[in-house]
Design a protein around this ligand. Structure first.
Ligand code: SAM
Length: 286
């Protein structure tokens, strides 16, 4: 298959662990461009060597992105074809390159994105969380206060939430998710995706914490955290009579007993009422 390569910036995703995940089009592009702008020269040289590709590499990382982007734009203006690659996965997704792309748009230089590996999307596809709406939050902040503030702000986010996390902070982060979001929220830990020790494990937050603490190998390597979105309470299904019974019983009985008795009296699902009660309690209404 022969593709005609025009002068443009090509965004080329590379494997996140398994070299067979490189696409045919990515290889052809890496062969046919004039320059490859790489986040790490050594890393990309290994990749190119594996596929028998020889090409001219230029470093573009977060430290030199401004200066290097200006240079690469000049090359593009001369009619050169440039590929942008990061260490792994899709460039830009928590990787450098956005300054260069912005400049290309500004100067009307064509930007051609290639589809390919991305840890967030690959993890999401195997998470088992059924929700077509998701938000990608990148890395959780390393400072506890900022991390907790962010997590608290996402407490009632209804979309599935995707985070990247390091093995050094995963335990603390899950602890913070329990405190700031919900101890019962379903979480999936996708680790070392596409690699030999790949593991994908889902459970409610407290069980995930326990599971991780049981064996440090469960959080070695690269990690994506996926959090199920907030489920709005189905209070509409709770009739006024049910809520009246519940609040009357609650004056004399414990929360658990009030929930149990109300659900028995009105023949309703006790979990629904319990969720309602917990929500009201956290809002300090009951
Ligand atoms: N651009 C990349 C992408 O498209 O996914 C992400 C780069 S970001 C600097 C690196 C982070 O992505 C890792 O710390 C980890 O959270 C996640 N990640 C990358 N590869 C992974 C893998 N094979 N398994 C799980 N997470 C991975």
């Amino acid at each position: 298959m022969n593709e005609f390569y025009i002068s443009a910036l090509y965004i080329v995703p590379t494997p996140i662990g398994n070299l067979s995940d490189i696409t045919y089009r990515a290889l052809e592009t890496l062969k046919n461009v004039d320059i490859i702008a790489a986040e790490n020269i050594k890393h990309t040289t290994i990749l190119l060597k594996h596929f028998n590709i020889k090409n001219h590499l230029i470093l573009l990382n977060k430290d030199n992105e401004n200066k290097q982007s200006a240079h690469l734009v000049q090359e593009l203006k001369k009619g050169k074809k440039i590929a942008l690659v990061s260490n792994a996965g899709t460039p830009i997704i928590n990787d450098p390159g956005s300054i260069l792309i912005k400049k290309c748009h500004f100067f009307n230089i064509k930007v051609i994105p290639l589809p390919g590996p991305c840890a967030a999307i690959t993890a999401l596809s195997a998470s088992g969380i059924i929700n077509n709406r998701f938000c990608y939050e990148g890395f959780l902040p390393s400072k506890k206060k900022s991390r907790c503030d962010l997590l608290y702000s996402l407490k009632e986010e209804t979309r599935t939430i995707i985070f990247y996390e390091s093995k050094y902070r995963i335990i603390e982060s899950i602890q913070d998710i329990i405190e700031q979001i919900d101890e019962n929220r379903h979480i999936v830990i996708a680790r070392e995706i596409t690699k030999k020790w790949e593991s994908i494990h889902g459970a409610k937050a407290t069980l995930i914490l326990q599971w991780l603490k049981e064996d440090e190998y469960r959080y070695k390597g690269e990690i994506v955290i996926i959090i199920d979105g907030f489920k709005k309470l189905k209070t509409k299904s709770l009739s006024t009579k049910t809520l009246q019974t519940f609040s009357m019983l609650r004056k004399f009985l414990s929360l658990k007993t009030s929930v149990l008795m109300t659900s028995k009296i009105h023949k309703i699902n006790k979990n629904n009422l319990y969720q309602y009660a917990i929500k009201k309690k956290s809002d300090k209404i009951i």
